[in-house]
Design a protein around this ligand. Structure first.
Ligand code: BTN
Length: 324
C-alpha cells in the first residue's frame, strides 16, 4: 500500500516536473487515481517540501521546473561499471540511516541519493532539513582496512572533496569550517555527517553523509543558522546529477589516496580554504570552552590552537569566531 502511494507520488512529480500547469483531473487520469486522491498526494508532497501550488480552474504547478535525480544519468558520467554502486530513492528517512543499516552488504563506494529525507540527520543530533528536489542528499559507504586509526581526518577530506568539485564547476570562493562545513559568504552551503562502525584492531566502515543546498524553496523553515544555496551563488540552474557524479568521482579518488597517504597530501588545499585561519576562535566541546588563534589543522585532522605562543591540537568540538 505504502509502495503504491510512493509510486503514485513519483509519477505525479514526473508529470509536474516540466513546470507546466496540470489539472487535478488530468493528473488523476495519468496516475490512475481520483482527483481527491491527487489532492491528498499533493498535500503530502507539499508537506515534505515540494514547492508546488494550485490555482483554481488551472490545477497544480511547480514553482520552477525540476530536473529530477536520475540513476542512469549519474552512472553515465561515472561509467557503467558503477551501475550497482549508485541507488536513487525518492523519499527516504535518511540516506545515512539507509546505508548504515546495509553497510556490511554494500560494495565499496556505494552511494545512496534521495530527493527528500523525512528524518535527515545533522551533526550533534540536529535535524538536516531536506525538502524535496532542492538539494543533494547522499551517503557513501567506505570500509577502511586499516581500521579506525586510518580514518583520522576523514570528515575534513570530504569537505575538501566537495570544495574541489565546486571549484571544478566554477565556484571558487567556498570556505571550509573545521571540522567539516562548507561555507560561502559566511553562510552554510553544505554539511557533512560521517558515522563510523567497527572495532579497534579490525576493519572499520564509514557512512559518509553529504548534504548540499542546491535550490531551496523560499518557504523553507527550520534551519537554525545562516545558509545559502548553490543556485543563489551561480545564478543559474544546477544539474544535480552532474554535480553528484562529480562529487562521487572526486571523493572516490581522494579516498583511495587517503587510505594510503592519509590527510597530508590534502593539507595545503585545506589551508587555502580555511574559514578561520589566523583568527581568534572559541572551541566548544560539551561544557568546555577554550579559545586561541586558529592555526589550521594537522595531519590527523585536529584543529591547531595557539595560546601564549604554544600550539596544541584539539580533536572535538565546534568553533566560532571569538567576539571581544
Ligand atoms: C551537518 O549537520 O552539518 C551535517 C549534515 C549532513 C546531512 C546529510 S544529507 C545526506 C545524509 N543523510 C543524512 O541523514 N544526513 C546526511
Amino acid at each position: 500500500m505504502r509502495r503504491k502511494a510512493a509510486q503514485t507520488r513519483s509519477l505525479l512529480i514526473k508529470q509536474l516536473a516540466n513546470g507546466e500547469f496540470n489539472s487535478g483531473e488530468l493528473l488523476g487520469e495519468i496516475v490512475g487515481v481520483s482527483r481527491s486522491a491527487v489532492a491528498n498526494h499533493i498535500k503530502y508532497l507539499m508537506d515534505i517540501g515540494l514547492d508546488v501550488f494550485s490555482v483554481k480552474g488551472r490545477g497544480y504547478k511547480l514553482a520552477a521546473p525540476l530536473l529530477l535525480l536520475d540513476q542512469n544519468r549519474i552512472v553515465q558520467r561515472l561509467g557503467q561499471e558503477q551501475k550497482n554502486r549508485v541507488e536513487v530513492m525518492s523519499v527516504i528517512d535518511s540516506t545515512n540511516a539507509y546505508v548504515k543499516e546495509r553497510l556490511h552488504e554494500l560494495p565499496q563506494g556505494f552511494v545512496c541519493l534521495a530527493e527528500a529525507q523525512t528524518h535527515g540527520r545533522g551533526r550533534r543530533g540536529k535535524t538536516w532539513v531536506s525538502p524535496y528536489g532542492s538539494s543533494i542528499y547522499m551517503s557513501m559507504a567506505w570500509t577502511f582496512t586499516g581500521g579506525y586509526q586510518s580514518m583520522a581526518g576523514l570528515s575534513l577530506l570530504v569537505g575538501i572533496a566537495i570544495n574541489r568539485s565546486l571549484k571544478t564547476i566554477g565556484v571558487t570562493d567556498c570556505k571550509l569550517k573545521w571540522p567539516n562545513d562548507v561555507y560561502y559568504n559566511l553562510k552554510k552551503l553544505a554539511g557533512i555527517l560521517v558515522e563510523v562502525e567497527g572495532q579497534v584492531g579490525s576493519d572499520a566502515s564509514a557512512v559518509i553523509g553529504i548534504g548540499i543546498n542546491i535550490d531551496l524553496p523560499s518557504s523553507v523553515t527550520g534551519i537554525d543558522q545562516p545558509f545559502i544555496d548553490l543556485v543563489s551563488i551561480i545564478q543559474k540552474p544546477v544539474d544535480r546529477n552532474e554535480l553528484a557524479a562529480l562529487i562521487i568521482a572526486t571523493l572516490t579518488n581522494m579516498l583511495i589516496q587517503f587510505e594510503v597517504e592519509g590527510l597530508t597530501p590534502f593539507l595545503s588545499e585545506w589551508k587555502d580554504a580555511d574559514l578561520f585561519y589566523n583568527e581568534y576562535v572559541y572551541l566548544e566541546s560539551g561544557s568546555n570552552r577554550i579559545h586561541g588563534l586558529s592555526k589550521g589543522i594537522n595531519e590527523g585532522g585536529a584543529l591547531l590552537l595557539e595560546n601564549a605562543g604554544k600550539v596544541t591540537p584539539h580533536h572535538g568540538g565546534e568553533i566560532s569566531v571569538r567576539r571581544a
